[in-house]
Write a new protein. Structure first.
Length: 271
């Protein structure tokens, strides 16, 4: 059996009785960061053998794990924090195990994305987990443009040193929307920052800690854009001396939509 075992995302009291039992009983634990996991195992008096399983060694180690599973042993996979296989090399191992007929069993527990969502106050009936945005600016913009029309709450993970730039791009591409920043979930300095994207950008100084970004989806009832009015506003902004990029940005603010929608509307009206 391959067990996918959740671990705490901050507060050690979130470790489940079942997770402790499984980690004690399996033949091997595969961990993304063995140093971090060893501290967890020591805390709960677990002495099961540990093997490193991260992005740098996942192909080689996955083969070793599969051999042990096929020999009848049980293996537990753990992430640094939360559920394994979510933004984690464990996902690849799950696919390989299923392909060779190994049973896979979830051991549920803490998860940062869902914890942020349920406390966000935003719509929880439909949501999309988008994970970490791409690091390159070009790929990140394409990534966000594809998500900008989704009519569901969207959840991102982002590093603190990239957070302000990410929010600035989010405001430009998504338009002004409600957003929640969940910081240091389950830890001593847990905090939820709520408001419009531009408001939170003004409040953030030097973001620190681990963040989950929860963003309002595009509204169902959003009316179609009045193309003739957009064209008029755009032309007036150009006449006032703004360049095309700045004019589209200001028009997007005025109509409370993304710059991409302004561009598409202008393109449509010129055809």
């Amino acid at each position: 059996m391959l067990y996918l075992c959740a671990t705490p995302i901050g507060n050690l009291e979130d470790m489940t009785f079942r997770a402790i039992k499984i980690l004690r009983e399996v033949n091997l634990i595969a961990a993304e960061d063995t140093r971090r996991t060893r501290k967890l195992l020591t805390h709960f008096d677990i002495h099961t053998p540990l093997i490193r399983f991260d992005e740098n060694c996942k192909a080689v180690v996955a083969e070793k794990i599969l051999q042990r599973l096929q020999a009848g042993e049980s293996v537990a996979v753990v992430s640094d924090a939360g559920l394994p296989a979510i933004s984690d090399p464990g996902a690849n191992l799950v696919r390989l195990a299923i392909d060779v007929g190994i049973n896979v069993c979830p051991i549920p527990g803490a998860n940062a994305a869902l914890s942020a969502l349920i406390c966000s106050g935003l719509d929880t009936t439909k949501f999309l987990f988008a994970g970490f945005p791409p690091k390159s600016k070009k790929n990140r913009r394409e990534f966000l443009e594809k998500l900008s029309t989704i009519e569901a709450t969207i959840i991102f993970y982002e590093a603190p040193h990239r957070l302000k730039n990410f929010l600035a791009e989010l405001a430009e591409i998504f338009g002004e929307r409600e957003i929640v920043l969940a910081r240091e979930l389950t830890k001593i300095h847990e905090e939820f920052l709520r408001g419009k994207i531009s408001e939170l950008l003004e409040k953030l100084d030097e973001p620190r800690g681990e963040f989950v970004v929860v963003v309002e989806g595009k509204k169902f009832s959003e009316p179609s854009l009045p193309e003739e009015n957009i064209s008029e506003v755009y032309e007036k902004l150009l006449a006032a001396g703004l360049d095309k990029k700045s004019a589209m940005r200001e028009a997007a603010k005025k109509f409370n939509v993304s710059r991409r929608e302004i561009y598409n509307s202008l393109l449509g009206s010129s055809n």
